[in-house]
Design a protein around this ligand. Structure first.
Ligand code: T46
Length: 139
């Protein structure tokens, strides 16, 4: 599955902890957009889509959240709770985010600007396109 955990370097000193993220170095794409999700009720489930081309890294900078990543072949649940860790999600991966803790802040680094046409929100259509995509790309 085109999903990976990235461990960022961290600077600790008596004043606290600092994690730098450098464009063209810390993540495997050029960062064109940053957004964050917070103040999500515990019973809310978000996402329910895939992207055609977009690559992203999700970092839970505060609190915790579970991320379901899925293809027609496999499915994983990745708990995020460490601000030093990023979840890379490549193209054509279905994702759902759930069980946000009250204090959760999910920071997302994205490889492109916001484009509605890059979203696949219908799971049957996703399955059909993903089967072709993974056959052609053998990922
Ligand atoms: C993803 C997961 C992890 C914008 O106007 N600009 C933006 O850059 C984004 C990301 C969203 N929006 C608008 C579109 C909707 O009206 O914000 C609203 C909520 O977006 P959405 O329902 O797509 O949020 P999620 O949590 O389902 O998905 C988001 C990202 O959209 C998506 O790319 O991978 O977070």
């Amino acid at each position: 599955m085109n999903v990976d955990i990235i461990r960022f370097s961290r600077h600790n000193d008596k004043y606290g902890k600092l994690v730098p993220i450098e464009a063209e170095d810390s993540v495997p794409f050029d960062i064109k957009r940053v957004y964050y999700i917070y103040d999500v009720d515990r019973d809310v489930r978000r996402g329910f889509h895939s992207h055609v081309e977009l690559e992203q890294v999700l970092i839970c900078v505060s609190g915790s959240v579970n991320i379901l990543v899925k293809t027609p072949e496999e499915e994983k649940i990745i708990p995020l709770h460490d601000p030093q860790e990023g979840l890379y999600i490549g193209p054509m991966i279905w994702r759902e985010m759930y069980e946000f803790s009250r204090d959760a802040v999910l920071l997302v680094l994205a490889s492109d600007h916001y484009k509605v046409e890059d979203y696949i929100r219908d799971y049957s259509l996703y399955e059909e396109l993903a089967k072709k995509y993974f056959l052609e790309n053998k990922k």
